[in-house]
Design a protein around this ligand. Structure first.
Ligand code: UD1
Length: 418
């Protein structure tokens, strides 16, 4: 088993280029099966979630070639209409294939998806949306058999602006007869990116990024070469890592305009953040101040994926901070490990109060999920002594060689076998 071993206390400084966003790349890779023509995506990070998605695409019959950071998908000829049980458990984003496969084959069978252990992650909104489009779903076998033989455009209202459900319905509706209107759609930048990609392939999606998204069905879609938006969560993680060490970091290909909520909090903490067109520079003070309160919300609110990394900063910031998690049920798993490192935390159901301490100390901790793993890594950078992080496969799901990126900035961080 591999672990990260991190010796805290080094100040980070230097430059990092940000790759395409995991949460854009995953649905866009799925969307590639809507055309038989080749699609090439650029700047694709070498992370586990992408590797799993590529394996799923191959298992249903698509040809996928990866050349450095470019991935080309060609879904020519016949595809199978069942998602592989073994793989869909490893990747919640496998659910994104439901829409494109229905669009292409008019039927698909899949199981309940896996992914992060951050509480109940139902797919009822996906199912309701599909049913509204005329999909008949049979769950009697324990898997979901979807028959889309009589699908047509429809009007859908989501009780909650789910990112995945909005994306899935956009893709399902892209090649249906008629018009589909999604009310209370999610407004994340990755939704806008998916729409831009689909339109580059010949789809007609409008309103993405707003609450009402309209999809006018087209007969066919075609291939394209496309560069997805940069990863705002990876960029935010690197800023947080620099901030906790009193560092100075410069990010290129950084989506500053998608990171307004986090940048505001970093400024509240005393960081000097300068945002250029697609660059970001952060200079941190010797000791961070508390950010006050963070409450996660759907975009443009504070992103839930940045909650854990900011939690790590709060543990050593001057003053008390409050974090409220409203998007996911149990997304405070990092709190207990941070306490093992000396953090002073009072934990409620979906709320945590953190009183900043002068210093954390090294410990053996676990990456419970992807972003909790990022939080532990950030905390380790500021801790006295050595921290060992186990279960780093979770971190590799969404960060390409995080320890190497940090090392290039001056951190003493290695990946090692136990
Ligand atoms: C996506 C992101 C994830 C991010 C999240 C919220 C990807 C691959 N993942 O996840 O990194 O943390 O958005 O910004 O893009 N829900 C239901 N029923 C459903 C669907 C969702 O109740 O059918 C609930 C979920 O349990 C959760 C909330 O809605 O509590 C938000 O989920 P959703 O927006 O769908 O997130 P994901 O698409 O899973």
């Amino acid at each position: 088993m591999q672990i990260f071993r991190i010796q805290g206390g080094s100040r980070l400084s230097g430059e990092v280029k940000i790759d395409s966003a995991k949460n854009s790349v995953l649905p866009i890779l799925a969307a590639c099966v809507m055309t038989e023509e080749p699609v090439t995506l650029l700047d694709v990070p070498n992370i586990e979630d992408v590797a799993n998605m590529i394996e799923i695409l191959r298992s249903i019959g698509a040809d996928v070639v990866r050349e450095k950071k470019a991935v080309t998908v060609r879904a020519k000829g016949s595809l199978t209409d069942e998602l592989p049980e073994r793989l869909e458990k490893t990747l919640r984003a496998s659910v994104f294939l439901v829409g494109p496969m229905l669009a292409r084959l008019r039927r698909v069978t899949f199981g309940y998806p896996g992914g992060c252990e951050i509480g109940l992650r139902p797919i009822d909104l996906h199912e309701r949306g599909l049913r509204a489009l005329g999909v008949v779903i049979d769950e009697s076998s324990g898997r979901l058999r979807c028959d889309g033989g009589s699908m047509r455009g429809a009007e859908i209202h989501f009780d909650y602006p789910s990112v995945g459900a909005t994306e899935n319905i956009m893709m399902t509706a892209a090649m249906l007869p008629g018009k589909t209107i999604i009310h209370n759609a999610a407004r994340e930048p990755e939704i806008v990116d998916l729409a831009r990609f689909m339109n580059a392939c010949g789809a007609r999606v409008s309103g993405a990024g707003r609450q009402i998204v309209t999809i006018q069905g087209v007969k066919r879609m075609h291939g394209v070469t496309y560069k997805p938006i940069p990863d705002r969560i990876v960029a935010g993680t690197m800023l947080a890592a620099a901030a906790i060490t009193g560092g100075d970091i410069y990010l290129t290909n950084a989506p500053a305009s998608d990171m307004v909520a986090q940048i505001a909090k970093l400024r509240d903490m005393g960081c000097d953040v300068h945002d250029g067109q697609d660059t970001l520079r952060l200079r941190a003070p010797k000791r961070l101040r508390s950010f006050g309160k963070i409450q996660t919300q759907p975009h443009p609110g504070f992103p839930t994926d940045m909650q854990a990394p900011m939690f790590a900063l709060a543990t050593v910031a001057d003053g008390s901070s409050v974090l409220m998690e409203t998007v996911f049920e149990s997304r405070f798993q990092h709190a207990h490990d941070l306490m093992n490192m000396g953090a002073d935390i009072t934990l409620g159901d979906r709320m945590a109060v953190v009183r900043g301490v002068q210093r954390l100390h090294g410990a053996r901790v676990k990456a419970h999920d992807l972003r909790a793993g990022a939080a532990m890594t950030i905390a380790a950078l500021a801790a006295e002594g050595t921290t060992e992080i186990t279960q780093i496969g979770q971190i590799d799901r969404g960060y390409e060689a995080l320890e190497a990126s940090l090392r290039s900035l001056g951190a003493r961080a290695i990946r090692t076998a136990e």
